[in-house]
Design a protein around this ligand. Structure first.
Ligand code: GH3
Ligand code: MG
Ligand code: MG
Length: 310
């Protein structure tokens, strides 16, 4: 869910409006209707539930509500990691200086006063929506590799850490596959860096296509190395995946006269572990690195798989 919030927006922006007065909600929906898709919730308790359920891009929340007031709604949504980054704009009829300070202290990004001026509300909300879009673009850039557009190592490491914690509570295997292009220094020396970059981009496209399950992550680990995160994947399936990756790179058929294979190939090291109390994510990568070394040693253009005992 968190993922879908920071990913490229497929639809438009979504705003959740919270108010105890359903007539006020209709008014708000009319004012904001052209700017985003509007969801409404009546009262603070339902508002918090709706926020957690739909993870909107922005929340507009009335301050004076009988069940849970808007300030408390702000505070609670701030404390929950799932909603803590969603900007909240407070709306109130009698917003004095002290109440405005309370709203900002609780985590609101802006305050608007009732009766609502449609033009002013739209202008202020637009500022917030633009800010959300800018932040999302920046987040997306921060987790992508510049050359290939793949996820980068930072994002991979974060995801591995998260999956690791999730798997620790289950009895499932988590697997990774390290992919290293063979004789790539020789490719650069023979064809030049520009062709080397093109080769990396083509390999990246092929590798991205290998990660078919929604929870699998393909990333550029650095240089001519790529890595896959394969959650809930037992050793046999992970090894099969390693073979598929090798086949995919070879079948691109990218000429490599400086390699004995004649085309660009990859070596793959696969590792599977069941996260135990003493193991860390880095142990899985160390294991994959050992398997990769064995694949290189066995003549390249092949995969080797290892499993660890938890
Ligand atoms: P091996 O088969 O043992 O993996 O040999 P190798 O030559 O692939 O490995 P080595 O680590 O010696 O060289 C990796 C090369 O990858 C060196 C570097 O110039 C190249 N490389 C790394 N990043 C990039 C990049 O972004 N663009 C280009 N064109 N080349 C890169
Ligand atoms: Mg390498
Ligand atoms: Mg290499």
């Amino acid at each position: 869910l968190e993922e879908s919030r920071v990913g490229f927006k497929k639809g438009g922006m979504r705003i959740l409006a919270i108010d105890d007065d359903s007539f006020a909600l209709d008014t708000l929906a009319d004012i904001l209707g052209g700017m985003a898709s509007i969801e409404t919730a009546v009262g603070g308790r339902l508002g918090i539930e709706a926020a957690l359920e739909s993870l909107p891009d922005l929340i507009v929340c009335d301050v004076t509500m009988p069940d849970i007031d808007g300030i408390e709604v702000c505070r609670r949504l701030r404390l929950d990691s799932r909603t803590s980054d969603i900007p909240i704009v407070c709306v109130s009829g009698d917003m004095g200086e002290a109440e405005e300070v309370r709203a900002f202290t609780a985590g609101a990004v802006d305050c608007v006063k009732k009766p609502l001026s449609p033009a002013l509300v739209r202008a202020r909300i637009k500022v917030q929506l633009d800010c959300v879009a800018k932040t999302e673009r920046a987040l997306e850039m921060a987790r992508r590799d510049g050359l290939t557009g793949m996820f980068n190592r930072r994002y991979f490491d974060e995801r591995l850490e998260r999956e690791w914690d999730r798997h620790r509570r289950s009895d499932l295997w988590v697997s990774v596959a390290l992919v290293d292009l063979d004789h790539f220094k020789a490719f650069n020396d023979h064809y030049g860096h520009v062709k080397g970059d093109e080769c990396l981009m083509r390999a990246a496209d092929a590798l991205r296509g290998c990660a078919r399950r929604a929870d699998e992550v393909a990333a550029r680990y650095g240089g001519e190395e790529f890595v896959f995160l394969l959650p809930s994947t037992p050793p046999a399936r992970a090894a099969q995946f390693g073979r598929l990756v090798c086949d995919e790179v070879r079948s691109l058929g990218i000429e490599h006269m400086a390699s004995d294979k004649g085309v660009v190939t990859a070596s793959v090291g696969v590792a599977s572990l069941r996260p135990g109390p003493t193991l860390k994510p880095v142990d899985l990568l160390i294991l994959a690195d050992k398997a990769l070394y064995e694949a290189k040693d066995a003549g390249r253009d092949c995969h080797r798989a290892k499993r660890g005992v938890a």
